[in-house]
Design a binder for this molecule. Structure first.
Ligand SMILES: *Cc1c(COP(=O)(O)O)cnc(C)c1O
Length: 375
């Protein structure tokens, strides 16, 4: 059996090596190291894949979120409602811009932000909501957009973990996550569903005016060279990464399909195991399994993790400390914030290897050994 890994980018690369290498070589030959054709082509292809009016590429997913918040004109002290149960980048950028992160609860089944919790957290200072499509499962965007409309708030989708996920509205309309909010943000970190071989990110919007502000913000606030109208930053997608992503974008649906197949194998093997809850998929969305995350009940999660590691089965806790308990946010004076669902999940989640290169032998080994932990 091939050694198990949380993600296997190496074997994935080997299958598309020729095309990727040629695409990189083209950039080297063109000497267009910044911007150029590779970035332009990728941005156009991604824009049509996502089904959005504008795609602005940038250096990474964290920058994408920061640029979105800057371009929306959020001001120090404005409140931004976000889940606590997410990767730190989502909430860190809020604090970085001197905005106030307001941590709210997630749904225990979907791991995504709860619309009821959003409603309860709205104050006159609230300006934006940042739903996170955690682990590759969409947040309930239809309800979130309705709340945003009612209270005149911006919605910034953190789509770093869910590129390619399809969201179905109650009228039957289907949209890609990332194209639903006022702004969508994504990351091309190597382990993401659409991963580069380095860093990368992108921002999506259907708003022409906002698109221009996003573009300017990512480029030193300039529209005309050397004329700087806004305070911005320098955040560019590298041309070589764009060349790689150009090849990989064509594989994205296939890659997500492979993740779904691996997830289905796990689900079937864990059927009827009373101490495991397999990932829930709400009726409004597909799941693109950036992570395959179980909830364990009545067994010690950390002992299970140690056991799996001893069997050579990589496993991870995403994330061991939720945002509202991170030291970096102590200055907010949020000791009294109580998020029991978030805390409950934090103690019980465990993620198994999931990627495009898992074969049945590996999956059988993982599932067979895992269920042996408690007979
Ligand atoms: C990966 C990730 C980010 C940040 O992306 P980077 O490219 O690493 O900066 C933001 N939010 C979530 C939910 C992520 O998983």
């Amino acid at each position: 059996m091939r050694a198990l890994q949380m993600v296997d980018t190496k074997n994935q690369y080997l299958k598309i090596k020729e095309e990727v290498d040629a695409s990189i070589q083209e950039v080297l030959d063109s000497a267009a190291y910044i911007g150029g054709k590779a970035v332009q082509n990728f941005s156009t292809a991604l824009n049509s894949y996502i089904g959005c009016k504008h795609t602005i590429t940038c250096a990474n997913g964290t920058d994408a979120l920061q640029i979105a918040m800057m371009a929306l004109g959020l001001k120090p002290g404005d409140e931004v409602i976000t889940p606590s149960f997410t990767y730190i980048a989502t909430t860190e950028v809020v604090a970085l811009l001197n905005l106030k992160p307001v941590f709210v609860e997630v749904d225990a089944k979907t791991f995504c932000i709860s619309p009821d919790a959003i409603r309860k957290a709205i104050t006159p200072k609230t300006k934006a909501i940042v739903p996170v499509h955690l682990y590759g499962h969409a947040a309930p965007m239809e309800e979130i957009m309705a709340i945003a409309k009612e209270f005149n708030l911006f919605v910034i989708e953190d789509n770093a973990q869910a590129i390619g996920c399809d969201y179905t509205f109650s009228d039957g309309t289907v949209k890609k996550t990332g194209s639903i909010g006022h702004v969508g943000c994504t990351s091309f970190y190597p382990s993401k569903n659409l991963g580069a071989y380095g860093d990368g990110g992108a921002i999506f919007t259907n708003d022409d005016v906002l698109a221009e502000r996003l573009r300017m913000t990512a480029n030193h606030g300039q529209k005309v060279r050397y004329l700087h109208d806004l305070v911005g930053c320098n955040s560019r997608l590298d041309a070589i990464q764009a060349a790689i992503l150009n090849v990989k974008l064509k594989q994205l649906d296939h890659y997500n399909g492979a993740r779904q197949k691996a997830a289905a194998f796990y689900n079937k093997a864990f059927e009827g195991i009373s101490w495991l809850t397999t990932p829930y998929v709400a009726e409004y969305t597909t799941h693109v399994y950036h992570q395959y995350t179980l909830i364990v009940n009545g067994v010690n999660r950390d002992e299970l993790s140690t056991y799996l590691t001893s069997k050579g089965i990589p496993n991870m806790i995403y994330y061991p400390v939720p945002g509202h308990k991170q030291k970096m946010f102590e200055y907010l004076g949020i000791d009294s914030v109580e998020l029991p669902v978030t805390d409950w999940l934090t103690e019980r989640v465990i993620s198994l290897p999931i990627h495009t290169e898992l074969d049945n032998e590996q999956l059988s080994y993982i599932t067979t050994e895992l269920v042996k932990f408690k007979k």
